[in-house]
Design a protein around this ligand. Structure first.
Ligand code: GLU
Length: 398
């Protein structure tokens, strides 16, 4: 038996791997605090769960439904985009098993072997792997703390070649929490339009911005890019619905039809009960979402303050999503709990073994000497986890 080269070359998801390890340790009785997967700790709001309950009792929902999604849900997604100012009809929407599946579909629909895709780094772990599965080449465009983890048009232009097919744009960003100001988003959109570069804009964190930061949807602030833009989004982060697995893409009609065709061969419709829940999420009251955002903001400030007090960590304040991405460059080569730490991978291992704290090392995000913490966990756990990291690193001489 041997695996195909496609799967042999595939890296496992670092976020999923650390999350699974932390959850397994907890199930085995270890007092692990998980800062790993970006997953709200809140229960899904009641009205959404109720809608799912009703759908589960409806025989029509026990059958196959259109592969591209339930008509009312596609319409609600299109309507939300229209409220943003976009010219979107329901046939441009395809409902998927989470945002991750939407991204996979989009790469499969847009990317031909040999195409290059620009991906600002640090990047979310699954972009390069999914681009590779589609036969494309991921071209990282690096950003760092000095640039607020944002890339410039000049950098993108330097990375562009005759083979550049698309740019993956994500603001608020996973893993850094960076939020591009509207004028920077517009400039990137204009650049993409000028050079016929497709934009795949991942808007999964659009509702999670804090302080003075503002979310700007790229095709809204750069309308000239809209004919070559695909939006990817989902209910997971905004509505505390990670396990329900409902995401979607919004693409120009020809691309959307291609994605829908792929879905007829791949998986047919997304679970109808989950789609009914997503519809309730998008059309229901926003108060629960607002309350969660307030909690995330409080935790964000607690995480930044707590981590900044720990020697060896350098923290850029995140303005969106629910991640903080400290640099641990000063700790490289240090001895921690009797172990020499040469990479963020090794540091994450020491943190898990010695402090029982799970973080995702920077390597998976395409940047070394960093790690990502999700602060979407209970306030007490957050405080305890950061105290443990502080205690472990207190005596370390960077
Ligand atoms: N997007 C979340 C994260 O980065 C969920 C895990 C995943 O799908 O990678 O943690």
């Amino acid at each position: 038996m041997s695996l195909s080269p496609r799967i042999t070359a595939l890296a496992p998801s670092a976020t999923m791997a650390v999350d699974a390890k932390a959850k397994a340790l907890r199930a085995a009785g270890e007092p692990v605090i998980g800062f790993a997967a970006g997953e709200p700790d809140f229960a899904t709001p009641d009205h959404i769960v109720e809608a799912a309950r009703a759908a589960a009792a409806d025989p029509a929902m026990h059958r196959y439904t259109p592969a591209a999604g339930l008509a009312p849900l596609r319409e609600a997604i299109a309507e939300r985009a229209r409220r943003d100012g976009l010219d979107v009809s329901a046939d441009m929407v395809v409902v998927t098993n989470g945002g991750k599946h939407a991204l996979y579909n989009v790469f499969m629909a847009l990317i031909a072997p040999g195409d290059e895709v620009l991906v600002p780094s640090p990047y979310w772990v699954s972009y390069p792997e999914q681009i590779g599965l589609a036969g494309g080449t991921c071209v990282p465009v690096p950003s760092d703390a000095a640039s607020g983890f944002r890339v410039s048009v000049e950098q993108l232009e330097r990375a562009r070649t005759d083979r550049t097919r698309a740019l993956v744009f994500v603001s608020p960003s996973n893993p850094t929490g960076a939020v591009y100001p509207p004028e920077e988003v517009a400039a990137i959109g204009r650049w993409a339009a000028e050079h016929d570069v497709w934009v795949i804009t991942d808007e999964i964190y659009r509702d999670l911005v804090y302080g003075d930061a503002r979310f700007a949807s790229l095709p809204v602030v750069a309308p000239e890019a809209a004919p070559r833009t695909v939006i990817v989004d989902g209910v997971a982060k905004t509505f505390a619905m990670t396990g329900w697995r409902v995401g979607w893409s919004i693409a120009p009609p020809e691309i959307a039809a291609g994605i829908a065709k792929l879905q007829t061969q791949l998986c047919s419709n997304v679970n109808n009960v989950a789609q009914a829940a997503a519809l309730a999420a998008l059309t229901g009251p926003t108060a629960p979402v607002d309350a969660m955002r307030v909690a995330f903001d409080r935790r964000r400030r607690a995480a930044v303050d707590g981590l900044r007090a720990i020697p060896g960590l350098e923290v850029v304040e995140p303005e969106g999503a629910f991640y903080v991405y400290p640099s641990v460059r000063e700790l490289m080569g240090a001895t921690i709990a009797g172990r020499t730490v040469r990479s963020s991978l090794e540091l994450a291992e020491v943190l898990l073994d010695e402090a029982k704290v799970a973080v995702v090392p920077g390597e998976g995000f395409g940047s070394e000497a960093s790690f990502r913490l999700s602060y979407a966990l209970a306030d007490d756990d957050l405080a305890e986890g950061i105290a443990r990291i502080g205690a472990l690193l207190a005596d370390v001489t960077p």
